[in-house]
Design a protein around this ligand. Structure first.
Ligand code: 13P
Ligand code: ZN
Length: 270
C-alpha cells in the first residue's frame, strides 16, 4: 500500500487549492473542493475496510453510493492545503445506502467535510447524469463575479449575455451559459437542490453575493471555467460605468459560434 498523500489525486487537489488561493479567490476557509476518484485509482492507497469515522447525511446520495471523493474540510484555510493535506483534506466513500459516508483518510485533527458538501454531492449527481466523465466540483469566492451580482440583473440569460460580450472566447468556453441563483442561506440541502437543478443545464452556477460553483471532467477544466467567468466579470466591473463606444454584437457572436461550431444557448442571443 502506498501513502495516500503521494497519490496523484491528492497532489492534483493540493495544486488546485494553491492556485485558487493565489488567484485571491479563497480567503480564509472560503471555498471548497470535492473530487470524484475512481475506485481503481484509490485501491493502491487505501484499505477500504479500514473506516476511521462514519458520518450520516440528511439527504439521499444513493446515485453516488460506493463512490470515493477527496473533499476539503470545513473551516480549513485554503492557504494550508498544499502543506498539510492530511489535516485539510479527507478521502470519503459514500455508503451503499447513500445515507452517509465513511472517512478513510485525512481530517486528522478530528475535522469533517465542507459545510457545502450537500451542494457538492447534489451537483456531482446532476452532472454525472449529463456527463459520465464529470469528476470535480469546486466552489470559490472570486471578487469580480461577486461584485457583478450586486449591479447586474440575475437571470441566467442576462448574466450570460453580458459575460459572453466581455471576451470573445467566453462563448467558446461556456457555450451553455451560466446559471445564477439569488442570495440564499448556504450550507444546506435547499441551496444544494437549487444548485443541482441549474447544473442540469450548466457546468457553472453563480451564487449572488457569495461566489461560484464550477464543475468539470478534471481540475483544469473547472478552474479554467471559473477563471474565464471571473475575468469577464472583471472587465464588466471595469467598463460598466463608462460610455461604451463599441462592443460585440449578437450577430457577431452568432458568426463566432458558427465558425467554432458551438452548441450554444441560441435563446440567449437576440
Ligand atoms: P467551509 O469552510 O465549510 O468549506 O465553508 C466555506 C464556504 O465557502 C461556505 O460557502
Ligand atoms: Zn462559500
Amino acid at each position: 500500500m502506498y501513502a495516500v498523500k503521494d497519490a496523484r489525486f491528492i497532489q492534483e487537489i493540493q495544486k488546485l487549492a494553491a492556485n485558487m488561493y493565489r488567484m485571491g479567490w479563497d480567503e480564509r476557509n472560503g471555498g471548497n473542493i470535492s473530487y470524484l476518484v475512481p475506485e481503481e485509482e484509490v485501491r493502491y492507497y487505501i484499505d477500504s475496510s479500514a473506516v476511521r469515522r462514519h458520518f450520516s447525511m440528511d439527504f439521499d446520495a444513493s446515485p453516488v453510493a460506493g463512490k470515493y471523493f477527496v473533499v476539503t474540510g470545513t473551516t480549513k484555510y485554503f492557504k494550508n492545503i498544499e502543506e498539510y493535506p492530511e489535516v485539510n483534506l479527507g478521502l470519503l466513500r459514500i455508503s451503499d445506502d447513500g445515507k452517509g459516508y465513511d472517512l478513510l483518510w485525512g481530517y486528522e485533527d478530528g475535522g469533517r467535510p465542507t459545510s457545502e458538501f450537500p451542494s457538492h454531492l447534489m451537483s456531482h449527481i446532476a452532472r454525472l447524469k449529463i456527463d459520465p466523465k464529470h469528476r470535480i466540483v469546486m466552489h470559490t469566492h472570486p471578487i469580480n463575479t461577486i461584485a457583478m451580482t450586486f449591479v447586474h440583473e440575475l437571470s441566467d440569460r442576462a448574466f450570460t449575455r453580458t459575460l459572453w460580450q466581455m471576451i470573445t472566447e467566453c462563448i467558446v468556453v461556456f457555450p451553455e451559459g451560466v446559471g445564477v441563483l439569488p442570495w440564499m442561506v448556504c450550507g444546506n440541502t435547499e441551496i444544494g437542490e437549487a444548485t443541482a437543478a441549474k447544473m442540469k443545464q450548466y457546468r457553472s452556477v453563480i451564487w449572488a453575493q457569495h461566489g461560484i460553483f464550477g464543475t468539470g471532467q478534471d481540475p483544469d477544466e473547472a478552474f479554467g471555467l471559473i477563471e474565464t467567468i471571473e475575468k469577464a466579470a472583471e472587465i464588466y466591473m471595469k467598463i460598466a460605468h463608462l460610455p461604451i463606444l463599441q462592443n460585440i454584437k449578437d450577430e457577431e457572436l452568432k458568426e463566432l459560434a458558427k465558425a467554432f461550431q458551438l452548441d450554444y444557448r441560441k435563446d440567449f442571443l437576440d
